[in-house]
Design a protein around this ligand. Structure first.
Ligand code: ADP
Ligand code: MG
Length: 375
């Protein structure tokens, strides 16, 4: 999606990923053949150096990259790196990310670092109570690094599930809603935010994103956007950031930051059809020092639905996508991933509408036809 946006602006993009047909490499740019994408892992130091040698600006679409090599590239001064490698390093370690936010006075759930032993987990339970959210500090995504401990006797089960990775524990947040705000940061450190959206997760994976969030308190949205903007202000480098937040149960409408993604984010996919400038285009504009585009909604109501694999079969996806094309206001995005698996993000659909009621009517048949009956 970043490459597609770049193509419209005639900005050539070189991609580092495994294989000739990695999704981003399927976007054709007139000048791309001469640039030749790089075949390799985005954590491989030599491959990152090879990519950087071809680029004026290096950016990431995943935070699980080699921050040390990106720093080396930045220090060499041949290519700019956005966001800054120091930001990527802070965000890569979720516990360090929490400490960073606390140090800047931002609201987050109480957390403690824990060793992967039953006694350390039991001590964390004494401090933070049950249920306890145990998380892997690194390499986590789509809930794959999380274990909800409800019974202290399950500590070993948690360790087996999370594997041999550094862990930390978080207080359970009985949220009423999860919300998110995309924030764009310029090279000079100015920030602008997109509207607040409501995100709905299923099995820890983002399922739906509703834009905009409706809230009875008219001041709520600017408060949430203010917190997200402050969080991104305390991180270095340019680009778009996704700020995931919890809206807590205690009725005061208070907000906790869950985590920050230093890149275009699933909760911002809706911006492609629903906002005046998409998160991808604004990411490019930010990292290239171009004027930012308006982040305002251009439709009254929108929803984004992730298309997750229902099984190993692509056929279900094809059938579902054909059906989605019959829904008014629906835009289908298929990522061109080589294989389908149950729960794998294969694409998404954004539905725009003239009202929340129309959005609901348009979304309903899509949910009824989801692959694998996952609605
Ligand atoms: P990931 O990197 O997989 O997105 P998150 O830390 O965002 O991991 O957790 C995934 C989901 O798990 C969240 O969107 C939320 O639904 C739930 N979750 C995470 N932390 C907590 C918590 N402390 N209390 C309650 N639910 C949580
Ligand atoms: Mg998350």
């Amino acid at each position: 999606m970043l490459a597609a946006s770049a193509s419209l602006l005639n900005i050539p993009v070189v991609i580092l990923d495994v294989g000739d047909h990695a999704p981003a490499k399927q976007i054709i740019h007139p000048r791309a053949p001469a640039l030749a994408h790089v075949d390799g892992a985005f954590a491989d130091p030599d491959k990152i150096r090879e990519l950087a040698a071809k680029a004026e600006v290096v950016t990431v679409e995943i935070e699980h990259v080699n921050a040390d090599v990106l720093e080396e590239v930045q220090n060499a001064g041949t290519a700019a790196v956005h966001p800054s490698p120091s930001t990527i390093r802070i965000i890569q370690d979720k516990y360090r990310q929490k400490e960073h936010l606390i140090a800047h006075g931002l609201p987050v759930a109480h957390s403690v670092a824990v060793e992967a032993t039953p006694s350390a987990i039991s001590a964390a339970t004494e401090r933070l109570g049950l249920p306890l959210m145990l998380k892997s500090r690194t390499l986590a995504y789509d809930g794959r690094g999380n274990f909800v401990l409800r019974d202290p006797a399950d500590a070993q089960k948690a360790i087996d599930f999370l594997g041999d990775r550094p862990l930390y524990a978080e207080t359970w947040v009985p949220f009423v809603k999860e919300i998110a705000v995309m924030v764009v940061r310029t090279i000079d450190g100015e920030v602008v935010s997109y509207p607040v959206v409501e995100t709905v997760h299923k099995d820890n994976i983002c399922h739906l994103v509703f834009a905009p969030l409706r809230h009875h308190d008219p001041a709520f949205a600017s408060r949430a956007r203010g917190i997200a903007e402050r969080a991104v202000k305390c991180l270095d480098g340019a680009g778009v950031f996704g700020v995931e937040m919890f809206l807590r149960e205690d009725g005061k409408g208070d907000i906790l930051i869950n985590e920050i993604a230093p890149r275009p984010h699933n909760s911002g996919h809706y911006t492609i059809e629903a906002c005046e400038t998409s998160q991808y285009e604004n990411h490019l504009r930010a990292i290239l020092g171009l004027p930012l585009g308006s982040t305002a909604l251009k439709v009254p109501s929108a929803v984004m639905l992730n298309i997750l694999g229902g099984s190993d079969s692509m056929d279900e996806l094809v059938d579902f996508s054909r059906f989605a094309l019959t829904v008014p206001g629906a835009s289908v995005h298929l990522y061109g991933k080589a294989g389908c698996r149950k729960g794998r993000k294969m694409g998404h659909i954004t539905v725009v509408a003239a009202s929340d009621a129309e959005r609901r009517d348009r979304l309903r048949p899509l949910l009824e036809h989801l692959p694998g009956g996952t609605s």
